[in-house]
Design a protein around this ligand. Structure first.
Ligand code: S3P
Length: 184
């Protein structure tokens, strides 16, 4: 398996939380690419999109990922932004740069998880309940799946639809990824 590791998936998939837990477990570095974007450009992705539009954001986001990949540190877990893999040739870039893992969830669970987070930075979802969030995210997730599924590995969230989420899913996902990475 080649380094570094990129976690991809829709908003609410746990890329940041799982990535941090995984990096800790592996003794690797962790970089959240949304945070790196904020540090480099002085605006959060949401504010950047509000100010300059989505196209400008995607172009800058692409450079952030590619520039950081030039750092001479290989043992890094990166949490990508949810839309990054679905722009231009970004998925091919990720596959050349390292190993990608898609954190795959059912949209109902993503909606439930998102409803529990601070949505003030997500204008399209702000003020909505899980059912309304599902209506917004389901078509976008559907359109993104063909990109996400190009990942080197697909890791299915442990939650099943007939069981309620118990809050340990991120730890379980980190453990599943850890086993995969050390087992390769
Ligand atoms: C986006 C997801 C965000 C962030 C930006 C756009 C998207 O990242 O990059 O607001 O298009 O799905 P997270 O998936 O980390 O929330």
């Amino acid at each position: 398996m080649s380094y570094p590791v990129y976690l991809i998936g829709y908003m609410g998939a746990g890329k940041t939380t799982v990535g941090r837990l995984l990096a800790e477990r592996l003794g690797w570095h962790f970089v959240d690419l949304d945070e790196a974007f904020h540090e480099i450009h002085g605006l959060s992705p949401a504010d950047y999109i509000r100010t300059y539009g989505i196209e400008a954001f995607r172009r800058k986001e692409k450079y952030v990922v590619e520039d950081l990949a030039e750092l001479p540190i290989e043992k890094v877990v990166y949490a990508t932004g949810g839309g990054y893999p679905c722009w231009e040739d970004n998925m091919e870039c990720l596959k050349e740069l390292g190993t990608s893992f898609y954190l795959r969830w059912h949209p109902h669970h993503l909606a439930e998880r998102l409803a529990l987070t601070d949505l003030s930075e997500r204008p399209l979802l702000h003020g909505k309940d899980a059912g309304e969030i599902l209506e917004v995210i389901a078509p976008q997730l559907e359109a993104r799946i063909p990109y996400y599924e190009q990942a080197d590995y697909i890791i299915d969230a442990p939650a099943t639809l007939d069981m309620p989420l118990d809050g340990t899913e991120d730890e379980q996902l980190a453990e599943m990824l850890y086993a995969k990475i050390v087992g390769e």
